[in-house]
Design a protein around this ligand. Structure first.
Ligand code: ADP
Ligand code: MG
Length: 549
């Protein structure tokens, strides 16, 4: 390339201007003369106002320090303080031995200086060096801009987990940065080994065509097969070029740069850029495309992992739901089986009694005995069914402010005969500051009655029943504990007592505790048991103070 740099020479001495012009023009530079500081500034400003393509920017300024109107230092300062001009190198021309001028010039940003009188070769050498530095600076600036754009696209691509969005953003970005007419992104089918065009960007149009290339077909096919980049400068005359896509979308491919997409050494596809708009594809383009391919591959891998992960999560959720469902069914099955079992026993007994009464000639007394037994069993059935209904009664109806102590007194009155009969002494330790809670009174009464009766039944030889109420500060609620000195419970029993129909009593239903448990749970509370076999048991009911009404 020839020296087409534009050099502005500013000097009030016409002879100096002519001499320097002659020197530089003989080296191929274009020279613009200015005979005063004011004129120089005008020329520089004019350059900026012209539209970019018609502008003939000044590439270098040679500036005399001593001038009558605006002196060289002022012009240098003006150039270096102007954002548009500050990158133009300035060579100052000073008088001989004027060290002071030199120092001042360098301080305000002059790039170099020569002192008069100077030799021709010296000036030319300095101009060349300056322009070389400037060219390098500009190349660097261009790279910096490219890198910034690259970084932007990179961020956009890698922050997305949506495949289509990644492909789209990648192709738009690549086209912008590489200045190409079209581009396409192909992915390798894992099962069939075909390269599929996932995105074709030509003009501002995005096309998704289901085109597929066989292994080794087309330029992309070749690049993938060889596992490295491929540059084809004359596609129409290249045997590797596959014209099918051109034909389908009405496009003419001239040059192609193609790089494979790799994830950990495994090729997953390729990116092609087609027809460079200014000039030919070069090494810089290859570097850029390779770099972009790297981030696209990472983004695609992330998207794939993400899809896999969310598929997995969905699967997991589904199987968990199935498990819960299965668990529910099993629980229902167990419940149904135990209900059937519970009902079957009395039914069998009734059946037998009726059978005996009807089929055998029996005397009145025996008949009555059998009928009496049947009656007892029917009553047992009625109790079971009633308990079961209570068990499933879900409503919260009847919630009212309830004084727990009143309920306790009530229950003790109800069971006073049994307590007395069972030789049981009752002691109470009631908290003085118990606030009313919101509860269904009858249900709470039922729970306490169950606990009292269980305690009585656990102390066949008599004993002590202790009832204690407390405000449990940390749990934001109150507790009612029923402690007896009865037979107690083994650990195994403690695990099962809240299950419906679990009973250790010959005539028990095994429903008292499970019904109570349900009731307390509906009140937002819990029942806990503490016991040691042979030493009695404590059943504690915890209830929240601010249970919803
Ligand atoms: P049921 O009283 O009809 O047996 P519950 O559900 O009320 O049914 O009680 C279940 C079982 O829990 C009882 O059969 C008994 O084994 C045990 N149990 C309950 N309360 C006590 C207690 N205070 N002391 C010892 N065992 C108890
Ligand atoms: Mg009971």
């Amino acid at each position: 390339m020839t020296n087409k740099a534009n050099i502005l020479i500013v000097d009030d001495e016409v002879e100096t201007v002519e001499m320097i012009s002659f020197l530089l023009e003989s080296q191929g530079y274009a020279v613009i003369p200015a005979y005063s500081g004011t004129e120089a500034l005008e020329i520089l400003q004019q350059g900026i106002q012209e539209p970019v393509e018609r502008r003939s920017p000044i590439d270098l300024v040679i500036l005399d320090v001593r001038m009558p109107d605006v002196d060289g230092h002022e012009i240098c300062q003006a150039i270096k303080q102007d954002n548009h001009l500050k990158y133009i190198p300035v060579i100052m021309v000073t008088g001989l031995g004027s060290a002071e001028d030199t120092a001042r010039g360098l301080a305000i940003g002059a790039d170099d200086y020569v002192s008069k009188p100077f030799r021709a070769q010296e000036l030319v050498a300095r101009v060349k060096a300056m322009l070389r530095v400037r060219a390098m600076e500009q190349e660097l600036l261009q790279h910096t801009r490219e890198l910034a754009a690259l970084n932007e696209i990179n961020k956009a691509i890698t922050s997305s987990l949506d495949l289509d969005q990644i492909l789209s953003q990648a192709m738009h970005g690549i086209r912008e940065i590489l200045h190409v007419e079209a581009g396409s992104l192909l992915l390798l089918g894992e099962d069939n080994g075909l390269l599929e065009f996932k995105k074709i960007l030509s003009g501002s149009q995005e096309r998704i065509v289901g085109f597929r290339l066989k292994p080794g077909e087309g330029i992309a096919g070749h690049a993938v097969q060889k596992g490295g980049p491929l540059l084809v400068l004359d596609a129409q005359n290249d045997p590797r070029f596959c014209p099918r896509v051109d034909e389908a979308i009405g496009f003419v491919t001239r040059s192609v740069l193609c790089v494979p997409l790799k994830v950990k050494d495994k090729i997953i596809g390729a990116i092609e850029v087609i027809n460079k708009l200014n000039g030919q594809f070069d090494e810089n383009d290859l570097w850029l495309l390779n770099y972009m391919a790297g981030s696209v591959a990472i983004a695609l891998e992330n998207a794939r992992l993400y899809t896999e992960l969310s598929d997995f999560a969905r699967e997991l959720e589904k199987s968990q739901a199935q498990l819960v469902q299965a668990e529910k069914l099993a629980a229902m099955g167990r419940l149904a089986a135990s209900i059937a079992h519970e009902i079957n026993n009395p039914l069998q007994a009734i059946h037998n009694c009726l059978h005996l009464t009807l089929k055998k000639p029996l005397n009145e007394e025996k008949k009555n005995r059998y009928l009496g037994m049947a009656q007892e069993e029917v009553e047992r059935l009625i109790t079971i069914v009633q308990r079961m209904l209570e068990f499933y009664r879900p409503s919260k109806e009847g919630m009212a402010p309830t004084d727990v102590h009143t309920i306790i007194e009530n229950v003790l009155t109800l069971s006073s005969k049994r307590l007395q009969h069972g030789k049981i002494t009752v002691t109470k330790k009631l908290a003085s500051d118990l606030p009313p809670i919101s509860a269904v009174r009858d249900q709470l009464k039922q729970v306490f009655l169950n606990l009292v009766i269980n305690a009585v039944e656990a102390m066949p030889q008599g004993g002590e029943l202790r009832i204690e109420t407390k405000l449990s500060g940390d749990e934001d609620g109150l507790s009612v504990a029923f402690t007896d000195t009865g037979v107690g419970l083994s650990e195994k029993e403690q695990e099962n007592i809240f299950e419906p129909f679990f009973t250790t009593k010959a005539t028990g239903t095994g429903l008292g505790l499970s019904v109570s448990y349900g009731i307390i749970e509906r009140h937002g509370g819990r029942i806990k048991v503490q016991s040691e076999l042979g030493k009695g048991a404590t059943f504690t009911v915890h209830l929240p103070l601010n249970s919803t009404t």
